[in-house]
Design a protein around this ligand. Sequence first.
Ligand code: SF4
Ligand code: SF4
Length: 250
Amino acid sequence: MHPFIPNIYKLEIDITYLCTLKCHNCNRGISVAPPVKEHNMSVEQIRRFIDQSITSNHPWEQIKLIGGEPTIHPQIDIIIELLYTYKADYNKQLDLRVVSNGTTSFTRNKLDQIQTAYPDIIIENSGKVDNFIPGFSLSHIAPRDIYAFKNHRYRGCWVSEECGIGLNFSGFYCCSIGGSIARLFNHEIAVRNVEDLNFDTLMNMYDKVCSLCGMYHNLKATGVNDETILSPTWQNQIDNLDPLEILPKY
Ligand code: SF4
Ligand code: SF4
């Protein structure tokens, strides 16, 4: 079968991994590894991303601010203003979105403020109320721990094609979930400049991150999803994780 082709015109930016929930089997690892503020993106990094996008004239079609819960990033207002100015001055067709769990009153108020100030920013509010989200993939069952995937050549999944590529504090990845896996496994595979984004480089990440990603085999949590399950590779990594062992920054 052919590999999935990353959509390099759509981008999910994990500006923070801090969150107001710890949903079981969250594909950003939030229920297994307490997120740290050191994994927040800085305003300087967002400026760098915008400068690189302008210099390379990259035709972004969609950019989502996501995480984690993006509304609790302490510089969310500045980040939105910077991206909105980029949209207005350089990329008017850009579909700019904020993706939120909508759980706390603080977050809902922040979303209202954003919508009032920027009516053409699209708010995606999933309206979560607790950590039990039915139907989540078992994100921490690594395919490499399943016998059927021994010697498998990983080829990505629909996420990279449909949701696009990912950016976090350490750089660009084949998808945002892959970026979170790389941060938890300390894989130094990120692309650090928009002009270096190409299909080959991104698809070369698949073996590293898809082999650890439960989205790959499509096993789902059953019932009310009240338990986070880890396969041996994940359990070993989380048991020995130093959350402050930080990848080089973007
Ligand atoms: S709200 Fe989203 S990012 Fe936060 S723990 Fe739940 S699934 Fe993960
Ligand atoms: S890391 Fe996971 S979500 Fe991303 S392409 Fe691979 S299997 Fe899909």
